[in-house]
Design a binder for this molecule. Structure first.
Ligand SMILES: Nc1ncnc2c1ncn2[C@@H]1O[C@H](COP(=O)(O)OP(=O)(O)OP(=O)(O)O)[C@@H](O)[C@H]1O
Ligand SMILES: [Mg+2]
Length: 394
């Protein structure tokens, strides 16, 4: 396309071969793809006096990361022998160029995770009642999977009670490229990365990131269903190994909406160890069987905490998780495991308040050991995410 804008049509923008390699290392911080590949470099010339002039097309005029992009280009080109000075000229894409970018990204307004060939493993984190730690578990499992080198998306499907931005310390809104919304990208801190060769990341979208929650981008109608649809179809997550959805408590409209849009999602039931199992299992099971979701397992949270004297404090009782797993196994007709028990841990709450998931900020804590084990269980071999596991009965 874009015969009107021949200067942006790849493969042939005006790029000095001496700059190409260094420039090729610069990624768009939100799209996490090289600027060159995205058609965002309009020209890059090296003048006789050693001045490199690079024209970069931003997706939108108010691009919050323009400074980052400019700095990254500066840094990359300063390393080139012939370059004495770098001048970055920023411009903004025309609507046609934005269309071309979206095309290049393969962005269409369908839900990519619902396509039969999607390799993304989708986990819907649900609970029978509120306050059991769904959001904390979602954020920390996402952080743990990313530390394993995975590319992870988190959709905060709790529209009214959103808490995911706070748990990741996200304080700015998403970038909108026409109807396409770019999620916030949170990188795994270096010290928390496992040696997998790929630095993982967590891409987050939440209603809480939109400064005005009534902005028409999300609230085109008053319906929660429409917001969920936009989160799944209009947000450009790119290739993900895992997508986690933090559902509101219970089995209301949002849970049904998610189940209908993502029938292949696997439900993770979070519960405290209290014996309220039967009802929770019944509700989760009914929803899952209505919508063809699979219940992938139970996570018990706020389980016994080791006290300084060595005794265990069972503040919220004991045994509830395995009881729910048992009831669900019966209800669903296939084995539903207790995937793990996450102990009560003051550090988990503190980390939530500080905006850095505990899995990254204090890997030595007892809660992290449990969360990391659960993450390992729901993770699969690279490239196989989303494919039915051999052990999945159904
Ligand atoms: N294992 C734990 N140890 C200590 N505190 C925890 C633990 N899990 C969660 N919390 C704390 O409990 C509170 C509720 O957790 P969280 O917000 O994650 O629950 P939720 O199920 O998402 O709640 P809601 O139903 O309101 O969405 C938070 O303050 C959180 O920090
Ligand atoms: Mg929550």
């Amino acid at each position: 396309m874009s015969s009107d804008h021949p200067e942006t049509a790849l493969p042939d923008p005006d790029i000095d071969p001496r700059l190409r390699e260094a420039l090729g290392t610069v990624q768009d911080p939100e799209l996490q793809r090289p600027l060159l590949e995205l058609g965002m470099v309009r020209r890059a010339v090296l003048e006789a006096d050693g001045t490199a002039v690079v024209g970069v097309l931003l997706t939108i005029s108010g691009c919050p990361l323009r400074g980052t992009i400019e700095g990254d280009v500066q840094e990359a080109l300063t390393g080139v022998d012939e370059v004495q000075r770098v001048v970055v000229e920023l411009d903004v894409m025309t609507p046609e160029q934005r269309e071309e970018l979206k095309e290049r990204l393969g962005h269409t307004r369908v839900i990519p995770f619902a396509q039969p060939d999607s390799l993304t493993r989708v986990h819907a984190v649900a609970s029978g009642k509120g306050g059991v730690g769904k959001s904390s578990v979602t954020a920390n499992l996402a952080a743990a999977l990313a530390a394993r080198g995975r590319s992870v998306g988190v959709v905060d499907a709790d529209i009214h009670g959103f808490s995911i931005p706070g748990l990741f310390g996200i304080d700015r809104g998403p970038t909108k490229v026409d109807e396409m919304i770019l999620p916030a990208v949170v990188r795994v801190p270096e010290h928390a990365r496992q040696d997998t060769g790929t630095p993982g990341s967590v891409k987050v979208i939440s209603i809480g990131m939109f400064t005005d929650p009534h902005t028409p981008v999300v609230w085109r109608g008053p319906l929660l269903d429409r917001a969920i649809e936009q989160f799944l179809a209009d947000v450009h997550f790119g290739d993900l190994d895992h997508l986690l959805l933090d559902l509101p408590p219970g089995t209301g409209d949002v849970a049904i909406s998610v189940a209908q849009k993502l029938p292949r999602s696997r439900v993770l039931v979070v519960s405290t160890p209290q014996h309220a199992a039967a009802g929770i299992a019944e509700r989760a099971g009914t929803l899952a069987s209505m919508t063809e979701q699979t219940v992938a397992g139970v996570i018990e949270n706020m389980s016994a905490m080791a006290m300084p004297d060595g005794s265990m404090l069972e503040l919220f009782g004991a045994g509830g998780g395995s009881e729910i797993a048992r009831s669900l196994t019966e209800r669903m007709g296939y084995p539903v495991d207790l995937l793990g028990s996450v102990p009560l841990d003051v550090a988990l709450r503190e980390a939530g308040d500080s905006g850095v998931p505990l899995v990254w900020s204090k890997p030595s804590s007892p809660a992290v050991a449990a969360l990391a084990r659960i993450a390992a269980r729901i993770d699969g071999p690279r490239g196989l995410a989303g494919k039915p596991l051999g052990v999945t009965p159904r």
